[in-house]
Design a protein around this ligand. Structure first.
Ligand SMILES: Nc1ncnc2c1ncn2[C@@H]1O[C@H](COP(=O)(O)OP(=O)(O)OP(=O)(O)O)[C@@H](O)[C@H]1O
Ligand SMILES: [Mg+2]
Length: 666
């Protein structure tokens, strides 16, 4: 029986010196390095954004937060608005020049002489106004684009630094939505709405002053509609804010459905659930349509309301102005200037409303972005113990308990064991018994809630997470490969330059080198989305190579052979044997073969250690371990028996043709 042929007694010797810093085995096994080193350190020319900290915008009103966000562009923004103010001033001057032309030039003997100068004046004013508007547009666009570029960079970095607890609950589609669509609404706020409000206020103030100068009573009459427009705007602002919030939330739901469908496309296909998924998407898409329709309807209700109000205002103004001109209260020039100026008084009024309403989208989106900013990052460098060099790898758990955030039940209870540097600890137990949870405590993905864990005699919580993670290598239960080349995936965990020889040595040790060479592009083959072009076993072996190159002192292997066939499993186990040499290793497995050589086997059930010892010791006790062993043995022997039978019947089947061969020889 194959199972029995595996050495039961081979126990790894425990040597204190094992964990000490020494030449990485990969290096020592290689001769001189050839070829250009491959650096995984992505040095780009993109400006670093380390000073951009959005935490400072929390806790103030959204508008003030938006203003704080563009901290370094305040001058840009002020100049943009100043330019708009000047542009408004020149626009107003155009109408005053018109007034001067009609009242003081037309009909005078020197009109012919002055005409070209007046024309030049109009052209000059238009050019100045245009130039200033352009300057302001440019500055606003720059501010908007650059500050949202930084916002996006900040969010990207922030999200990847959030805790494991956050990521295990967050919905990817929702996060994508906030980093793209919501950030874009913030960009529009700066590019269009914020400067727009500045422009409107300047136009209104300057033209109103000019009208007051021409005729105070007429000027006051021309803004009679202002309170109504403002009231209507505020009413719609409140309504639109609510609808837009719902619209964005629905869009996020749609993104999540899409993202999950794409990520789980193999499951969808395997269960032929396309129609179900289609219906689900259509339902959410319909929801978005309804919200979008309400949003647009609100806009289309708002426009005619303010248009009618403003149109009436203009008509009344024109009429009263005309009556005044006929009565001789104002000059024809005054009237002409008034008709021009009043357009630039009413237009801002009308647009102020629109901008107030549109601003709601920027504010809502900004709040949604801040929901992410508010989340606490995982403090990577927190910890008062600063170790020098590598850890040795002596680990001790004492009465360790753990429960996930908000869960009442303990996922781990009273876990006590210890291991010396270089030893192998195996974890065995039914699904959901807490094996992955237990090993996740070591790199401090989660912090234990009771008891104490020590590493080399120092409490684990005193080590900075960054240091721990540099010392621990993990081959995960479901390894993830990036859609980059195989080479990039292998060197992913190291920041130093790595030579091609080193990469190949790691791949060889992980029994994947030969397979990689069969790919048309070899190590430059791009791994498909979610590693679809590689089989499960191949993915796992690339992940093992990735961990090999990292050369960690502590190794965690979570079920590394579960998704592969027996032959590949043997290959992987051989690769793991190499990987485990000299490192403190935690191995989680469901098959006895993977754990029987461990120095300590822990059997977990419902978060507690129910059995402990070596393979030989555990076989002597009654309990789960012996049950699993007996069961697996029985299956193995039955399988071998079946194979034998099959081989026998196959030989019989070919016997008639096989027989003549020896005769031919003789
Ligand atoms: N992020 C999480 N938040 C809340 N509960 C969790 C989380 N991850 C796991 N659990 C729960 O903790 C318990 C232990 O899970 P764990 O993943 O450690 O089991 P396991 O022994 O590794 O199982 P398997 O053999 O299937 O991998 C389970 O009941 C699970 O539902
Ligand atoms: Mg697990």
């Amino acid at each position: 029986m194959r199972l029995l042929t595996v050495s039961l007694a081979r126990k790894r010797p425990i040597r204190e010196s094992h964990g000490r810093a020494r030449t990485p085995w990969l290096f020592s096994s290689l001769g001189a390095f050839r070829g250009a080193p491959f650096s995984n350190d992505m040095e780009t020319s993109v400006e670093k954004n380390l000073t951009f900290d959005l935490k400072r915008v929390l806790g103030v009103s959204p508008l003030r937060g938006l203003w704080r966000m563009i901290g370094e562009y305040h001058v840009h923004y002020l100049i943009a608005n100043l330019s708009l103010g000047l542009a408004a001033l020149f626009k107003m001057a155009t109408f005053l020049l018109l007034r001067y032309f009609v009242d003081n030039v037309l009909g005078r003997p020197q009109a012919n002489f002055l005409l070209p100068w007046v024309a030049l004046g109009f052209i000059g004013l238009a050019a100045l106004e245009g130039g200033l508007t352009y300057t302001s547009g440019r500055l606003a666009a720059y501010t908007a684009e650059d500050s949202t570029r930084k916002l996006r960079n900040y969010l990207f970095d922030h999200i990847q630094r959030l805790t494991f607890a956050y990521h295990s609950k967050a919905r990817v589609g929702e996060l994508i939505e906030r980093v793209t669509s919501d950030v874009d609404a913030v960009r529009r706020f700066f590019a269009e709405q914020a400067v727009g409000v500045g422009r409107i206020l300047f136009l209104f103030a300057i033209n109103f002053a000019a009208l007051l100068y021409i005729h105070a009573r007429l000027a006051l009459l021309s803004v009679a509609v202002l309170p109504f427009v403002l009231l209507a705007s505020l009413y719609f602002f409140k309504k639109v804010t609510k609808v837009y919030e719902e619209y964005q939330a629905q869009e996020a739901v749609l993104s999540t459905v899409l993202q999950e469908n794409l990520s789980g496309v193999r499951v969808v296909k395997a269960f032929a659930r396309q129609d179900y998924e289609k219906a689900k998407f259509e339902k959410e898409n319909w929801g978005k349509f309804l919200k979008g329709r309400t949003f647009i309807l609100m806009h289309s209700a708002f426009w005619p309301t303010t248009d009618i109000l403003c149109g009436l205002q203009m008509l009344v103004g024109y009429y009263i102005g005309a009556r005044m001109a006929i009565a001789g209260e104002i000059t024809v020039g005054d009237y002409l200037a008034y008709t021009g100026l009043v357009v630039w008084l009413i237009w801002p009024l009308r647009n102020l409303g629109r901008l107030i309403v549109q601003t709601s989208t920027g504010v809502v989106s900004f709040k949604r972005v801040l929901d992410i900013v508010r989340q606490e990052r995982e403090p990577l460098d927190e910890g008062d113990y600063q170790p020098q060099g590598n850890v040795r790898g002596a680990i001790a758990f004492r009465k360790v308990c753990f429960e996930y955030d908000g869960d009442e039940d303990h996922v781990l209870q009273d876990i006590t064991f210890e291991c010396q540097p270089g030893q192998v600890v195996a974890l065995l137990g039914p699904t959901g018994s807490g094996k992955t949870t237990l090993v996740n405590l070591l790199p401090r993905f989660y912090d234990y809630t009771g008891g104490i864990i020590t590493l080399d005699g120092v409490e684990l919580k005193r080590y900075p997470r960054r240091y721990l993670r540099s010392q621990i290598g993990i081959v995960e239960q479901e390894p993830f490969l990036f859609s980059r080349t195989i080479r990039e995936n292998i060197v992913y965990g190291v920041e130093r330059s790595v030579t091609q020889e080193e990469i190949e040595a790691a791949a060889r040790a992980a029994a994947i080198h030969e397979t990689i060479l069969t790919f048309p592009q070899g190590y430059d083959t791009i791994v498909g989305e979610r590693g679809i072009t590689l089989s499960g076993g191949q993915k796992q072996r690339v992940a093992i190579a990735r961990t090999l190159i990292k050369n960690p002192r502590i190794l965690i292997l979570d079920d590394s052979t579960s998704s592969v066939d027996t032959e590949t499993e043997a290959e992987i186990r051989a690769a793991l044997e190499v990987l485990m040499r000299g490192r403190t290793t935690f191995i989680i497995a469901h098959r006895i073969q993977s754990v029987m050589n461990a120095d300590l086997i822990l059997v977990l059930e419902k978060g507690r250690i129910v059995q402990r010892g070596t393979h030989a010791e555990l076989l002597e006790q009654p309990g789960i371990y012996r049950q699993i062993y007996d069961l697996q043995m029985r299956i193995e022997s039955e399988l071998e028996e079946e194979i034998k039978q099959a081989e026998l019947s196959a030989t019989r089947a070919v016997e008639p043709e096989a027989r003549p061969l020896p005769l031919l020889k003789t």
